[in-house]
Design a protein around this ligand. Structure first.
Ligand code: G4P
Length: 293
C-alpha cells in the first residue's frame, strides 16, 4: 500500500534545503524520541550529509528512558553525530544545544566572531515550532541581513552563540515505508484520517504488549494482558465502557481511547522502536477479522 502523505510540499522543501545548506555550519535534526527511525526524513540525511549534525531526540519526557539511551548511543557510535535527548517543553533540557553546536565547530576561526549557523530540520509534529519558540522566543529575523540565504528561509536568534535557520517548506515523512507510517499515525503525527484508526491501533498493540506488560497491567488493572490485539481492544473497550447499544464493544472508540492514552503518556513512557530492531507485523497492518482469527 502506497500512501502519499505530503506530495505537494516535497519538492519545495528539498529545494530550499539544497539551496541554503552550504550557508550554514551545522544541521540540527529533530526526531521524535519515541520513534527516531520512523520520524526521520529519508532524503534528509543524503541532502545534508556534508554537514556535522546535532540529533535532537525531542519529547523525551514521553519516551522510554532505556530506549532513548540506546538511541543516543546508536546516533553517536554508528553515525558520529552529537545526539541530545530533550523536551521542547522543558527549557532547561535545551540549554545544552548551544554548547553542543559550538563543540561541533570547535577549532573554526570564525567561531570567535559570529554565532554558529544551524539549519533546523524535522518532519511535522516532532516539535520544531515549540523548540524554536523555546530557544528564540520572538527573536525572529528575516534573512535579509544574512547574505546568501534564499528569501523563504527564516532566521531565529537563539542567544549569543547560535542562529537557527528554518525553512517553512514542509518536510515529509517516509511515505513509502508502512511501518513508519503506522508508527507516526499511532503517535498522532500524521492525521488519523489517512489510515483507519482500527488498523493503526491493531498495528501498535502487539509491540506495546510485548514491551510494556507491566505498564499495561498497571493502567488497565489487568492480571494478564490479552495477547491477541483484537481481544486486547475488546477487553479495554469493555473495561472503559466503549459500548454500542446491545452491549457490543464500540471498537473504533476503544481504539481511539487506547491511542489517545498512548500519545498522552497515560500508559507510561513508551517508545515504539529501538535501534536495529526488525518489526514483525501482520502484513501491512491489515485489520484482523472481528473474531480475532
Ligand atoms: P512541529 O512544529 O514540528 O509541527 O510541532 P509542534 O511544535 O507544533 O509540536 C507538535 C505537538 O507536540 C504540540 O502539541 C506540542 O505541544 C507537542 N510537543 C512538542 N515538543 C514536546 C515535548 O518535548 N514534549 C511533549 N510532551 N510534547 C511536545 P499539540 O497537542 O499539537 O499542541 P498544543 O496542545 O501544545 O497546542
Amino acid at each position: 500500500m502506497q500512501v502519499q502523505w505530503f506530495p505537494g510540499h516535497m519538492t519545495k522543501a528539498s529545494r530550499e534545503i539544497k539551496e541554503n545548506i552550504k550557508k550554514v555550519d551545522i544541521v540540527i535534526e529533530i526526531l521524535d524520541a519515541r520513534v527516531p527511525y520512523s520520524s526521520r526524513n529519508p532524503l534528509l540525511k543524503k541532502i545534508t550529509s556534508q554537514k556535522k549534525r546535532i540529533i535532537l531526540l525531542n519529547k523525551e519526557d514521553l519516551a522510554d528512558p532505556a530506549a532513548t539511551r540506546m538511541w543516543l548511543d546508536y546516533f553517536q557510535r554508528e553515525e558520529g553525530t552529537l545526539p541530545l535527548a530533550v523536551s521542547a517543553q522543558n527549557r532547561k533540557s535545551l540549554s545544552r544545544i548551544t554548547p553542543a553546536a559550538k563543540q561541533l565547530c570547535a577549532g573554526s576561526r570564525w567561531l570567535e566572531r559570529r554565532p554558529v549557523r544551524a539549519m533546523i530540520l524535522g518532519i511535522p509534529n516532532v516539535g520544531k515550532s515549540t523548540l524554536i519558540n523555546a530557544l528564540a522566543g520572538k527573536r525572529k529575523a528575516g534573512v535579509a541581513n544574512t547574505p546568501g540565504f534564499t528569501r523563504e528561509m527564516q532566521r531565529f536568534d537563539a542567544g549569543p552563540g547560535l542562529q537557527i535557520f528554518d525553512t517553512p517548506g514542509m518536510l515529509w515523512p517516509k511515505f513509502e515505508d508502512m511501518h513508519s507510517g503506522f508508527n507516526l499515525a499511532a503517535l498522532g503525527s500524521i492525521k488519523d484520517t489517512i489510515l483507519p484508526i482500527e488498523r493503526i491501533a491493531l498495528f501498535t498493540v502487539p509491540y506495546v504488549t510485548a514491551m510494556y506488560d507491566g505498564e499495561l497491567r498497571g493502567r488497565y488493572k489487568w492480571e494478564t494482558v490479552p495477547e491477541d490485539p483484537v481481544r486486547f481492544i475488546d477487553e479495554l473497550g469493555r473495561k472503559r465502557g466503549c459500548l454500542v447499544s446491545g452491549g457490543e464493544v464500540d471498537r473504533e472508540k476503544a481504539c481511539f481511547l487506547f491511542l489517545k492514552e498512548l500519545r498522552e503518556g497515560k500508559i507510561g513512557r513508551i517508545s515504539l522502536e529501538r535501534p536495529g530492531e526488525e518489526r514483525k507485523v501482520r502484513g501491512d497492518g491489515e485489520i484482523i477479522s472481528g473474531d480475532g482469527q
